[in-house]
Design a protein around this ligand. Sequence first.
Ligand code: R5P
Length: 284
Amino acid sequence: MIIGGSPVQALAAQLATAADRQLGTVVYDRFPDGELYARIDDPVPDHVVLVTSTVSSDAHIEVLQLQDALREAGADHLTTVLGYMGYARQDGAFEPGAPISARAVARAISTGTDEIILVTPHERAVQEFFPVPTTVVDAVKRLAEPLPPGLVDPLFLAPDEDATTLAATVRDAYGTGSVDACAKTRHSASEVTVRPAEQPVADRDVVLVDDIIATGSTMSEAVATLDTDGAHRVYAACVHGVLAGNAYTKLARAGVESVYTTDTVEGPTSSVSVAPAVVDALTA
Ligand code: R5P
C-alpha cells in the first residue's frame, strides 16, 4: 500500500500506479486549536510505503503522525520516502550555538520507520544522519523529459559549481549539448550574485539545472545574466521547486522561458514525476 502525506498526493497516486500497489486513503484535518490530525481510512497491510515531502513544519509533524497511525494499524514494515527533505540544507552547525537541523529532523523521522528513501537530497551525505537504512534516489535525469525537442546548440548550465554534475546528468539524458557552470556568491539567504560561465551563450538555448529553487534568487540572477549575454531562450529546471514567496515572479521578470520541476513539491511547474525513480529503489 502507498500512503501519501498531504503535500504530495499526486506523487503518491503516481507511485501507486507505477508500483502497482493500492493507494490508501488518508484524512488530513486540523483541531480548532491548530493542531494537526491525520487518519488512515483503509485496512493496512504488512508493508506500507509512506511518501511525503517535509516542505513545512506541519509536514514534519504530519509524517510523524502518519508513521504512528500506520504502526498502530498494524504495519509491520514501513518505508518512508522523503520526496523533498526539508531542513536538509542545514547540514552543519554554521555558527556557535546553532543546531544541525538536518540531523535533528532525520533522527525524529527515523524513530517511526524501518527504512528511508531520499530523493535527490541537497548533499548525499545527509543520509548519514538517519540511524535507519537509507537509500538515495537520484531523480535529476528525469528533468530532461519535459524539455522541448530541438533546443538550439543547447548549453546545460549549473548556476554554481556544486550543480555541475546535475547539469551533466540532464545533458546526458537529453542526448546533446555542452555543460558549464557559473560562479555564485551568496550574500544572504535571499541575495546572491552569479557570474557568467566561460562558454559563450549568445543565440544558444540554455537550460539552467539545480537541485532546488527556494527563493529563486540563484536562478533569477543566472537567467538575467544569460539574458544580458544574448542567450536565445533560457529554461530553469530543478528537482525540488520550493518556489518560496515571490520566487516565480522573480524568474518570470528575469525572462525565463519555462520552469520545469518534479512532483516532490507539487505546484504549477511540476511537469515530471519522480515516481519511476522511487519504484526502482523500492524494487531493488
Ligand atoms: C544551493 O547550493 C542550492 O543548490 C540551490 O542553488 C539553492 O538552494 C537555491 O536557493 P535560492 O533559490 O534561494 O537561491
